[in-house]
Write a protein that binds this ligand. Structure first.
Ligand code: 13P
Ligand code: SF4
Length: 343
């Protein structure tokens, strides 16, 4: 079946369902999937949308599993969340194991009781539930700074997980000195933290990372500066700190889009994030702004969704594609997500 025909069939089903069907598409999805989405967004916007559109009985999340789980946690009892490919996960989310996180929290709290967990939404529902239970908040790449500030205003220190780099970049944005940020390595006893570094730290970051964003290097930034000195460079905050600091700007996927749209005509923007978004921006800006990738980096999990498995889902609604977070987990996970949405 040709791609055009698939698109036409998807649209016909969307028309039948009207407002009772909501298709959400993350910015890293391929263009043919995004063309079928009702709403495009970064992970924060998609979570907000899932919480808002109560009339939609079926929510289809074209993204990765943690996004669909967040949608289910925030959805009402009349709503069911589906994924075109329920195996589209996020390796970074899997880097924070439930038992290891509990052990880390016990270590920190034994040293002093003044910690707030801040959990990146790129995490499992069970981890969000721990965060809610321990009085913490989730965050996304677009509001991490605000959530850190919320914790600091309460006189607390931040235990951030699972992305070391977003944690370090956010701490840096808030003017926190490098030696006040400690790394918790779950592979080492007590996370590899000694009493001195723990006492000094205002932020402890978990040793997790995104495979898609840690391929960007300071050398690549240097090469752009040499070959194209007029170009502006913007990167996602999941990039290592050396890259983030050499770039002209950093931001979530939506913030990168805004940056490009606000750029003056004739300029060149080099972007360090997943290549589907960069390619889409390059296409949209053709003839106005030159958009290039710092390096072509693909999120294979985002790429598991395509127009064929989207159509199959909409035709059959298989139970195996439903994403349902157990009620026992949902309650505390919702606390952590709702705290973020209220900030
Ligand atoms: P955003 O929060 O910018 O949408 O990023 C999601 C993500 O998975 C980045 O790797
Ligand atoms: Fe996970 Fe990275 Fe893919 Fe985002 S880009 S979904 S953090 S692997």
């Amino acid at each position: 079946m040709g791609v055009e025909n698939i698109g036409w069939q998807i649209d016909a089903i969307r028309k039948q369902w009207g407002g009772k069907l909501l298709i959400l598409g993350h910015h890293y999805q391929r263009p043919l999937v995004l063309a079928r989405a009702d709403v495009l967004g970064d992970s924060l916007e998609l979570a907000r949308m899932a919480a808002r559109r109560r009339e939609a009985e079926k929510i289809v999340l074209c993204g990765v599993r943690f996004m669909a789980e967040s949608a289910d946690i925030l959805a009402g009892p009349n709503q069911t969340v589906y994924m075109p490919d329920p195996l589209a996960g996020c390796p970074m989310a899997d880097m924070a194991d439930y038992e290891a996180v509990k052990a880390a929290w016990a270590t920190l709290m034994a040293a002093s009781g003044d910690w707030r967990p801040v959990v990146y939404v790129n995490s499992s529902a069970t981890l969000k539930a721990l965060c809610g239970e321990w009085g913490g908040s989730t965050c996304t790449s677009s509001n991490a700074r605000r959530v850190f500030e919320w914790a600091f205003k309460q006189g607390k220190r931040v235990f951030f997980l699972p992305d070391e780099h977003l944690g370090r970049n956010t701490a840096h944005d808030l003017g926190i000195a490098e030696d006040a940020v400690a790394l918790y390595n779950p592979g080492q006893p007590a996370g590899g933290l000694d009493a001195g570094s723990l006492a000094r730290s205002r932020v402890v970051v978990w040793k997790g990372f995104c495979l898609v964003h840690t391929v960007f290097t300071a050398q690549q930034v240097g090469k752009v500066r040499r070959l194209d000195p007029g170009a502006k460079i913007i990167v996602h905050p999941e990039c290592p700190k050396e890259v983030a600091r050499l770039a002209d700007a950093r931001g979530s996927t939506s913030q990168i889009i805004q940056y490009v749209w606000a750029a003056p005509a004739g300029s060149t923007i080099v972007i360090g994030t997943e290549v589907n978004l960069v390619a889409r921006l390059a296409e949209e800006q053709r003839g106005r702004v030159t958009v290039k990738a710092l390096l072509q980096s693909v999120c294979a999990n985002m790429g598991r969704t395509n127009e064929r498995n989207l159509l199959s889902l909409l035709q059959d609604w298989p139970a195996s594609n439903v994403v349902r977070v157990p009620d026992a987990v949902k309650q505390n996970a919702r606390k952590a997500l709702e705290r973020m949405l209220s900030l």
